[in-house]
Every structure is written in structure tokens, then in C-alpha cells.
Design a protein. Structure first.
Length: 250
């Protein structure tokens, strides 16, 4: 598979990438986009709608591409870490549909199939999932049933090859969901969960060159940094005032 890369001097050069992931039409930083430009090789159109047929767990499913197209950035390929084809899969919760939108459950059902199919396609060896939780209002958070179904549909190979689930900007809600999920999630899976409280902290764990961070998450991270800085300055001022009063009394 031939790819184009822009050099710093503005000139273009080509290089060949025959890795399994690249051959499956997945470029680091892009959405998983299992379906390329929307052309359907297996599936078709019905009543003007575009469909794609996928195989999950030896069962055939159809995905309504038209309904999930606005939400495909929910899963992106974040490049690789370590040696070999150890993929970084980025899940941006802020890209999920609002629960108040029409046909919400139908969209989530098709997104579910899309996410599972994406993992099947993107993962060649070991991998980690980076779950971007920041800037996601409660109405966009996936429900417990949806998450449980995703976990149960992931085949044994993908469960075994998952090396880490990094949750960025964890909220009390996501912590509660994971706590409630413990009865149906294996102890090994729980041990792979890691909480990260800033993008700077995430950068210390994985290479970020090809990780796509939505603008709303970048803004959320900046606001948290600013808030922490202001609190720190207030604490410094609060501790310095009594010292100034003591000096004036002497």
C-alpha cells in the first residue's frame, strides 16, 4: 500500500507500508473508517441508505453507515508504541451522540458494531486503548449496558492482547460505572485500567505524535490546568498574609 507523506521542505515523497493495519486502510491519526470513502463492497444501498456487512464473532451484521457517519471520529488510530505493531486506539467519548437525539438507541447499536469491527481491523498485535473522558457531558456518556455489551463481544484474542486501558480526565461517573461493572469484568481487565488526569501526564506514557485529541478535550485540559494554577496561587497568597501581619507587629 503506497502512502504520501509531507516533508518539512514542502515536497512530497512516497513510501510503502505493507503492515496489516495499513493495508486495511488505517492511517495513524485518522478515524478507524472501516469503509474508506463510503464505497460499499459487501453490503449495498436500501431506500437510499448505505450499509456495510461485517463479521463479528462468526456472525454477520449490517452497519448503517449513514446514521453513524457524524460519529465515526469516536474511534481513531493513534499510531504505535514500543516495537512492532502495538497499536494505540483512541476512543473519544465526546464524539458520541447526545442521548436526546432522534433514533439514539439505533445509532448506538450501529456504533457498537462499528467500534467492535474497528478493533478487529486496527489491532494486529498488542494494543492499548486511550479513553478520552474529558469534555463529555453526562448525556453523551455511554450507558452501562452498552459498555457491557462491547466488553462481551470483544473476542478472546483482543481481550488478551489489550495491555492497558488509559482513562484520561476520569470523572466520578466513569469511576462509578467501572465499580458497578466489576461483577462481569475480569480481574485481569480491571488491573489494566490506568487513570491519567492531564494530557501532559498522558504524554509521559505514550507517543502523542499521531494521537488525535478533539478540540473540546484540548480546551477542557487547558481549563483544568488554569484552574489548578489559580488555586495554587490563592493558596500561596493565603499562607503569605499571616506572615506579613506577624512582621508588621514586631
Amino acid at each position: 500500500m503506497w502512502m504520501w507523506k509531507l516533508k518539512k521542505n514542502g515536497r512530497m515523497r512516497t513510501f510503502r507500508d505493507d503492515t496489516p493495519v495499513a493495508s486495511a486502510k488505517n492511517m495513524p491519526g485518522d478515524s478507524a473508517d472501516l469503509f474508506g470513502d463510503g464505497a460499499v463492497e459487501e453490503g449495498g444501498t436500501t431506500n437510499g441508505r448505505l450499509w456495510r456487512t461485517v463479521i463479528i464473532g462468526e456472525q454477520e451484521h449490517r452497519i448503517d453507515l449513514q446514521m453513524i457517519k457524524p460519529y465515526m471520529k469516536v474511534v481513531t488510530h493513534g499510531g504505535y508504541y514500543g516495537e512492532g505493531l502495538n497499536a494505540i486506539i483512541v476512543f473519544a467519548a465526546c464524539c458520541l451522540p447526545d442521548s436526546s437525539c432522534p433514533d439514539y438507541h439505533y445509532i448506538m447499536e450501529n456504533l457498537f458494531l462499528y467500534v467492535i469491527s474497528s478493533l478487529e481491523l486496527l489491532v494486529a498485535e498488542d494494543y492499548m486503548i486511550v479513553y478520552l473522558n474529558g469534555a463529555t457531558p453526562r448525556r453523551r456518556m455511554p450507558g452501562l449496558g452498552w459498555l457491557k455489551k462491547c466488553y462481551q463481544m470483544i473476542d478472546r484474542r483482543l481481550r488478551k492482547n489489550l495491555k492497558a486501558l488509559i482513562i484520561v480526565h476520569p470523572s466520578w461517573f466513569i469511576r462509578t460505572v467501572l465499580a458497578i461493572s466489576r461483577p462481569f469484568i475480569s480481574v485481569k481487565f480491571i488491573s489494566k485500567i490506568q487513570y491519567v488526569h492531564s494530557l501532559e501526564e498522558l504524554e509521559q506514557i505514550i507517543p502523542m505524535e499521531n494521537v488525535h485529541i478533539p478540540e473540546c478535550v484540548l480546551q477542557y485540559d487547558d481549563e483544568r490546568i488554569k484552574a489548578r494554577r489559580e488555586r495554587a496561587e490563592e493558596n500561596v497568597e493565603a499562607t503569605s498574609i499571616p506572615q506579613a501581619e506577624d512582621l508588621s507587629c514586631k
